[in-house]
Ligand binder design. Structure first.
Ligand code: BEZ
Ligand code: FE
Length: 309
């Protein structure tokens, strides 16, 4: 490797433009070319392509904004701090990806949604593997506080047939806008979170509490970026679903409350019109499973349509 990209004390009167092959180019352009040359040695072709593009764009970005050492150091310290916020069920790096629109972009350009199939959206930072398993119709709210919610529907394939043995993970906020993993998860365990498996009829149903609009976690690093930039940190009230079924593509999605007041300003760009549904408000009466109800409660009915592999 040459060292002529290193700073020298020679007075330089001009920086010549570079060419793609690196000649003659400025010292910084020659550095970029040398980095690219080394990464061309990557044996895996996909990783080689990804790294080439990443290096080209990262270097172009640093040159365009003329990145300063103190800015670079701030970014490195922020990443270090971001790692400290991560724990099982809380991935602050995902929140950064989400608020930069990268998560939704990845979803949109990869998830195949043929007509009639349920659209995907971001996973978010709060999925916990190995969530408690429940019988269909159970109440998953546990310690969560909020207005009772009865949610039900079916898992179907593109031909409209019920999908059996679909494993459904559900997770959502309570009425404070917090998730279990933000509030003493190790001591209190899971709430407003559970896993179900569909039977031959493809039906799913559960009780829980209504989610509410909530902000990106106020105690991490991603919120600091939003405070300094867009000022938009709210997520519209939603339930998260991950559905994994034999013979079908996995689906990660949300159902959003049509009455949310922040549907147009989701901090993570995850709202898709097809995922905005009616959480019907009720006062007393009888729930869909025959339970007599007093006071306010809500009901949701929605079918998920999966795409075959
Ligand atoms: C969520 O969907 O749960 C979420 C997404 C981004 C930041 C915080 C939460
Ligand atoms: Fe969420």
């Amino acid at each position: 490797m040459t060292t002529d990209h290193l700073p020298t004390h020679r007075a330089s009167t001009h920086t010549p433009n570079t060419t793609r092959d690196g000649s003659p180019g400025s010292a910084t352009d020659r550095l970029t070319q040398e980095v690219l040359r080394r990464f061309e040695l990557t044996p895996d072709p996909r990783l080689r392509d990804v790294m080439r593009s990443l290096i080209e764009h990262l270097h172009a970005f640093a040159k365009e904004v003329k990145l300063r050492p103190e800015e670079w150091l701030l970014a490195m310290k922020t990443l270090e701090e971001t790692g400290r916020w991560c724990a099982p069920g809380r991935n602050e790096f995902i929140i950064f990806s989400d608020v930069l629109g990268l998560s939704m972009l990845t979803v949109m350009q990869n998830a195949a949604s043929p007509p009639g199939a349920t659209e995907a959206t971001v996973m978010g930072p709060f999925l916990v593997e190995g969530a408690p398993q429940f019988a269909m119709g159970a109440d998953i709210s546990a310690a969560a506080v909020g207005t009772p919610l009865h949610a039900q529907g079916r898992v179907l394939d593109l031909q409209g047939h019920p999908v059996a043995n679909a494993v459904i993970d559900v997770w959502h906020s309570d009425e404070r806008g917090l998730y279990d993993v933000q509030d003493g998860f190790e001591e209190n365990g899971a709430w407003a979170r559970g896993q179900f498996t569909t039977g031959a009829d493809g039906h799913w149903r559960f009780w829980s509490v209504m989610p509410v609009d909530y902000p990106v976690p106020q105690d991490g690093t991603a919120i600091e970026l939003l405070r300094a930039t867009t000022g938009r940190s709210m997520r519209p009230a939603h339930l998260h679903f991950r559905i994994v079924a034999p013979g079908q593509q996995p689906l990660v999605t949300h159902l959003f409350d049509r009455l949310s007041t922040v549907l147009t300003e989701d901090a993570v760009y995850g709202v898709r019109p097809t995922l905005v549904v009616d959480f019907r408000r009720h006062d007393g009466g009888t729930a869909p499973d025959g339970r007599p109800m007093e006071g306010h409660w809500c009901a949701l009915q929605h079918d998920f349509v999966l795409t075959g592999v």
